[in-house]
Ligand binder design. Sequence first.
Ligand code: NAD
Length: 372
Amino acid sequence: MEVKTAESLPEASTGRSVNAFEVMAKYGHEQLVQCYDESTGLKAVIGIHSTVLGPAMGGTRMWNYVSDEEGVIDALRLSRGMTYKAAISGLNIGGGKAVLIGDAKKIKSEAYLRRFGKFIESLNGKYVTAGDVNITTHDLEYIRMETSHVTGLPETLGGGGSSSLITAFGVYMGIKAAAKQAFGSDHLEHKKVAVQGVGAVGMKLVEYLSKENAEVFVSDVEEDRLQIASRAYGAHVVSTEHILAIEADIYAPCALGATLNDLTIPQLKCRVIAGGANNQLAQEDRHGQMLMDRGIVYAPDFLVNAGGIMAVAAEYFGDFNKNHLYQKAERIYDNCMQVLKEASGKKKNTQLVAIEMAEKRIVAISQLHRTL
Ligand code: NAD
């Protein structure tokens, strides 16, 4: 695979027509698989960005896209992100992602999911799936009836259970590393931390932060989640509109992607950004640079939220050991430190430096394979 330099993938939502082959050529994707089944209404797209390091792994997302083209672009964009996440984390897996186009509430059924499982099986392990938006562990049970190339299963089915706990621990490590870079110390006591989204990852992160006596501010669209964060961990509740602009030292996005954009970056008062959400930068070049220009230390999302992929990869290879996984996730601190220092030395944006590091490992390992 020829590795391409980083730029943001074009967003289908811009309304302009995007040619999938052009995107694949630009970003070095290996394969794009489109699956269709009339009887169940299945329209699936599997983006395989790279299998240089191992099978392309990444969850299945179901979404009612505005157009099929938008689903194709999402599969390509997300699969590329998975390649970098795995590579920088030292995992021997590649990057893939599947997208199911349609309204999950209306068309998801046993037959639909099993048909999708059959398509995955036809790839002979080149792509390994897991859960993602609108694909539950119950859905994975159906997919697994037709293919063994599924991971992220519940403990009752021999899987490792929810990966969000290990993800949160990794994010906590990333926050500490970024704090060290920005403030000279990784102690978070009395640091003001704004956590956007207190779901599975965000809530566990709040627990880690409160144990260290950080002052935690939270926002969420679900009132009950806010109440838990406030009652159990003494977090201050902030409205969803204001969380980004509060006088916090650290902002931890743990809900949505693209929260760092032209509109929000000028409002930020924090010195550090590190969180669990995927694709936090709306455009990685432009917004990574904007953060750097404002003196904000940005811990690349795919580096700090890699705990989950570490867990599901271990499960797939039959190597799931909780202690070992936490040790691995602890290394996110050192990895993050390395990226932040290198970026600061080279005066480059941290996201691009992290991508370069991931690409370097892919190239080195592919050369190694060639010489053996
Ligand atoms: P989740 O669905 O459990 O939590 C997301 C939370 O964000 C929910 O409580 C939701 O109500 C809240 N939310 C939605 N819109 C919001 C808004 N506008 N403002 C504030 N809060 C809002 O998901 P999760 O598993 O905690 O994952 C959080 C993020 O981390 C996602 O972006 C996910 O893709 C990413 N991530 C998760 C894992 C994992 O292992 N779970 C791994 C890597 C990345």
